[in-house]
Design a protein. Structure first.
Length: 247
């Protein structure tokens, strides 16, 4: 892509900051809010997560987030820049490109071919957490420790929901959704390795896009393996986000 659709990007980025705020607050981590960026200062497992909020952040904001990233010593560093507004190479961060996508409300989807359940209690939350930590995966949270990635307090957050897929009586996949400001967001759409190519991801997408997110624009950042599914469901690319990460 040669241009960025800023209107659509301004739907996607605040949704992502809502996710990281919910996780930070339930994990007991500090959230740094500035006009040009938002940062979560986590622990050795979650590390430092910075999300750029502007296509033209001010010099003070760029200087502050650069110093945060440069001086961070507890776990990994990740700077998520969908706007292409900073260059973190000078402090040793490594760029990776991932497509940010959006789907507008449209044609109805058929019901999921597999059973999809909304997480309602801590036992189901632990099941979803384990699937995401081990299957997505989330290396910083491995080996799996219950409640470290997804604290029990997430169950009390109105903006966040988690879903599980049942295949042949076993749990095969999970995902997280955020609804905030009339926009839906999809995160960590995960299929366990032993269940891949068996309709798990499509069942999750049909369930949430045809249910709680049906009337909303929905955004996500796609991993390479998931993009063909998202393309087939009517998602279109907004831009290639740059994720600057520590080695």
């Amino acid at each position: 892509m040669t241009t960025i659709d800023l209107a659509d990007l301004r739907l996607a980025v605040p949704n992502a900051t809502t996710l990281w705020t919910a996780l930070a607050e339930t994990r007991g981590h500090e959230v740094v809010r500035r006009q040009g960026f938002q940062a979560v200062t986590g622990d050795e497992h979650s590390g430092l997560r910075i999300v750029l909020r502007s296509s033209s952040p001010g010099k003070d904001d760029v200087d502050e987030l650069t110093e945060l990233a440069k001086g961070w010593s507890r776990g990994p560093v990740l700077v998520e820049d969908a706007f292409g507004s900073v260059d973190m190479s000078a402090i040793g961060l490594i760029p990776r490109k991932l497509p940010v996508m959006i789907r507008r409300p449209g044609d109805a989807l058929p019901p999921p071919a597999l059973e999809v359940v909304r997480v309602e209690g801590e036992e189901q939350l632990r099941a979803a957490e384990r699937i995401v930590v081990d299957g997505f995966p989330l290396p910083g949270f491995q080996p799996y420790r219950p409640g470290q990635a997804f604290p029990a307090a997430l169950l009390g957050r109105q903006e966040i929901e988690l879903y599980l897929v049942v295949k042949d009586g076993e749990l095969g996949g999970a995902c997280v959704t955020i609804v905030d400001g009339g926009v839906g967001g999809l995160y960590w759409v995960t299929t366990l390795p032993e269940f891949r190519s068996r309709g798990i991801g499509r069942a999750l997408m049909h369930a949430v896009l045809g249910g709680p997110l049906k009337e909303l624009p929905v955004t996500l950042t796609a991993a390479r393996a998931g993009k063909p599914l998202y393309d087939s469901l009517g998602f279109t690319e907004i831009t290639q986000s740059t994720w600057w990460a520590s080695a």
